[in-house]
Write a protein that binds this ligand. Structure first.
Ligand SMILES: [Zn+2]
Length: 372
C-alpha cells in the first residue's frame, strides 16, 4: 500500500518513545495514552471471490442457473486482504477499528428481501471471520437485510445473529433502502419500532449509514451520504423517537453531514417548533463521528458539538483515498486533525476512546475482555 514513509517514521518514533526504557515516566505516559478506537471502518479490500459471489447472486435474479455456489475463501486470503487496513492502522497509530461490510456494497435495493438476507448473512460471516483472524485490529459491526417496502422486522434475526453469535456491538442501519429515492418511511416511523425494541434489549447502537445511490441526482459518497446524515438528524429532531426509546443510540457518520455547520439553524428550528432544546431532545441518543477530512471541519465539529457526543473515526479505507496536496497527508488520516486540537487530556480520551466504549458498550466485546 501507498503508506507515506513520513507517517511510518513518525509512528515508529512515537512507539519507540512510548516503550523506551521502562522508566516510571515512560510507564506513566503509556498508561495515560488513550486507546484509539476508530468507530467507522469498512471492508473495502474484499477478496475477488467475495465480489464474484455477489455478482453471481445478482445475475441469478435473472438467470437462476447463475446462482453462486457456497462461498469459499481461505483464512490466508482473508488475512492478506485486510493487511492494507492494518498497515494504515499502524502508520496512523490507531488501535482498533469497528469494521463493517462495505457500505456501498449493501445495495439493499437489489432483488427481493431474500437477496438481502443471503447477502447480509454472507457479508456478516466474512466480517466475523476477519475479526477472529485479526482480533487485535477489528471488532465487527453488522449489515442488516433491509429491503425496500419490507418491514424491518425482517432484520431482527440477523441482528440477533450479529450480536449473540458473532459478538458484534453494533449494526449499520440504512435510512433509505431504496438507494436514493427515499420511498420508505423515515427512521422515526413505527415501521422501525420492532427493530428498535430489540436493539434496546440487546443494548446495541446503530450507525445510520446509507448504501449506494442509484438516483443519478445524488452522487454516492459526496451527496447521498451527507444528505442522508443530515436527513436522519432532522427526522430525529422532529420526532419523539427518543422519548419512546430513551436508551436507543444512533451514530451519525461523516461528521453529521451538514448538521454541525448549521447547528444554529437546527437549534432555531427546534425552538420554532416548540421542541425541547437539542441537548435535551437528542444529545443523549445521537452521536457524531470525525470523518471530516480537513482541519477546519474538525475544528468546527469540536467547537459546536459537545465533546461527549463525538467519536473518533476515519472511514478508512473508504470514501476519499487520496493525499491532500496542501498537507502531504491522506485526507482520511483523521487522527492528525484531532491531535492538532487543543483539547484537555480528558476530552482527548473521550474522543479517541471512552465515548466509543460507552456508546457501543465495548467492554462487552472479546477485545476489551482480553485487555481487561
Ligand atoms: Zn462508511
Amino acid at each position: 500500500m501507498n503508506v507515506s514513509r513520513r507517517d511510518w517514521l513518525k509512528g515508529a518514533a512515537a512507539l519507540g518513545a512510548a516503550w523506551a526504557g521502562g522508566s516510571p515516566l515512560a510507564a506513566s505516559a503509556q498508561q495515560t495514552k488513550p486507546l484509539v478506537i476508530d468507530c467507522h471502518g469498512h471492508y473495502t479490500t474484499e477478496p475477488k471471490a467475495f465480489l464474484a459471489y455477489r455478482q453471481a447472486q445478482i445475475a441469478a435474479l435473472r438467470d437462476p442457473a447463475q446462482k453462486p455456489a457456497a462461498l469459499k475463501i481461505s483464512d490466508d486470503e482473508l488475512a492478506e486482504s485486510v493487511q492494507p487496513q492494518i498497515d494504515f492502522q499502524r502508520a496512523r497509530r490507531t488501535d482498533v477499528t469497528l469494521f463493517s461490510p462495505r457500505a456501498a456494497g449493501m445495495r439493499h435495493h437489489i432483488g427481493p428481501a431474500e437477496t438481502s438476507a443471503d447477502w447480509s448473512r454472507v457479508s456478516n460471516e466474512i466480517i466475523h471471520r476477519v475479526c477472529m483472524l485479526r482480533p487485535d485490529n477489528f471488532i465487527g459491526v453488522g449489515q442488516l437485510p433491509q429491503s425496500p417496502g419490507v418491514r424491518p422486522d425482517n432484520c431482527i434475526e440477523e441482528l440477533e445473529r450479529c450480536v449473540k453469535s458473532y459478538g458484534f456491538p453494533a449494526i449499520n442501519l440504512n435510512p433509505d433502502p431504496t438507494g436514493g429515492f427515499w420511498r420508505d418511511p423515515p427512521l422515526t416511523d413505527r415501521w422501525y419500532y420492532p427493530l428498535y425494541e430489540r436493539m434496546v434489549e440487546l443494548d446495541v447502537p446503530a450507525m445510520v449509514h446509507v448504501s449506494a445511490s442509484i438516483n443519478p441526482n445524488f452522487q454516492g459518497t459526496g451527496a447521498h451520504y451527507l444528505a442522508a446524515d443530515t436527513t436522519a438528524f432532522m427526522q430525529f429532531l422532529t420526532s419523539d423517537l427518543f422519548k419512546d426509546f430513551p436508551a436507543l443510540r444512533m451514530v451519525i457518520p461523516h461528521g453529521g453531514g451538514a448538521v454541525p455547520y448549521h447547528w444554529g439553524r437546527y437549534r432555531g428550528l427546534a425552538q420554532d417548533m416548540n421542541r425541547p432544546p437539542l441537548d435535551q431532545l437528542l444529545l443523549h441518543n445521537v452521536f457524531f463521528d470525525t470523518c471530516v477530512y480537513h482541519q477546519p471541519g474538525i475544528d468546527l465539529l469540536t467547537k459546536v458539538i459537545p465533546i461527549d457526543n463525538i467519536l473518533f473515526a476515519s472511514e478508512m479505507i473508504g470514501a476519499v483515498r487520496g493525499i491532500d496536496p496542501s498537507t502531504g497527508h491522506y485526507y482520511d488520516d483523521t487522527k492528525r486533525y484531532i491531535d492538532a486540537l487543543s483539547l484537555s487530556t480528558d476530552d482527548r480520551r473521550k474522543v479517541f476512546e471512552t465515548n466509543a466504549r460507552r456508546v457501543y458498550r465495548l467492554d462487552r466485546t472479546d477485545y476489551f475482555k482480553r485487555r481487561g
